[in-house]
Design a protein. Structure first.
Length: 288
């Protein structure tokens, strides 16, 4: 299949989904610019003066907002970026959004009403939250204590999110679409930890706690207040929200294949020994 060459800006191009989107686009011979403070030209969500240079000469943009579209200031940032994108002649926007997040849906509406072609990619919680994010440390410690233990989540893999985002960026048939991405089955936190424990051969204990106890624990560990706010919001407003426990088929619709099962993700990560405490200590020594 012949794919027209595009100039594509990938915001968050070093993050969980962004780096995979950038890698896939590069392999498809697309011209990729990484949107990051460490790149040239730089892109900084906190500094709108950097946006124009990053957008200049680009045709399309993959948008991820850190840490989440739900946080205060995200809506204003998306409004500002969208206006600048239109001024710079951007032809297509693909926005990574959060499934079940009311605030994120307000950001979606900004993109939808921008007058620019768009695709909205609403994703459930990532598999990679357990290997690249806030659940990793307690897994390494062998004791995971979390609220909302009874809630079932259709975790989705960032490989699948990246594949859908790339398809949306490169194919006009996805213009104007809102895709809701989930994995193929529902899992509780306890079921997740059991799968990881079995795959690693480790004894990892799961304990159900209240949200107030969890946030207090984060405070005691010195976690920043804005991060605690976000975690509290996700657990209280998003995780158990109506409709968030529904498995969708949009990945199969877009890609013509089923999404990656959580067990396959666990097998892949376990093989890399990411959840092995000794491996991680040795890695830290090498880095330092």
């Amino acid at each position: 299949m012949n794919i027209m060459k595009n100039n594509i800006l990938v915001l968050g191009g070093k993050g969980k989904t962004g780096r995979k989107v950038a890698e896939r686009l590069t392999k498809l011979d697309q011209m990729v610019r990484i949107g990051s403070r460490s790149e040239t030209p730089s892109f900084d969500w906190q500094d709108p003066l950097t946006w124009s240079a990053a957008l200049k000469g680009m045709d399309k943009v993959y948008i991820t907002f850190q840490p989440d579209l739900a946080v205060p200031g995200a809506l204003e940032a998306i409004e500002g970026l969208t206006k600048e994108a239109k001024r710079c002649g951007i032809k297509k926007l693909v926005l990574l959004s959060g499934k079940g997040e009311r605030e994120a849906e307000l950001c979606e509406q900004v993109v939808i009403n921008s007058g620019i072609d768009y695709t909205i990619v609403r994703a459930s919680w990532f598999n990679q939250n357990f290997s690249e994010s806030f659940f990793l440390d307690p897994i390494l410690a062998g004791h995971v204590a979390l609220p909302q233990a009874q809630v079932k989540v259709p975790y989705v893999d960032t490989d699948d999110i990246a594949d859908v985002a790339v398809a949306a960026l490169l194919n006009e048939q996805h213009n104007g679409q809102i895709y809701q991405l989930t994995g193929p089955r529902l899992l509780t936190f306890e079921e997740v930890i059991k799968e990881i424990a079995m795959a690693t051969g480790r004894d990892i204990v799961f304990t159900s706690i209240s949200l107030s106890a969890y946030t207090k624990m984060l405070e005691e560990f010195g976690v920043p207040a804005d991060y605690i706010w976000l975690i509290s919001y996700l657990f209280s407003e998003v995780l158990g929200a109506e409709g968030n426990d529904i498995v969708t088929h949009d990945i199969e619709k877009v890609l013509g294949r089923k999404p990656k099962d959580f067990s396959k993700y666990v097998q892949e990560v376990a093989a890399m020994r990411v959840w092995n405490p000794v491996t991680n200590v040795q890695a830290d020594k090498v880095v330092s």
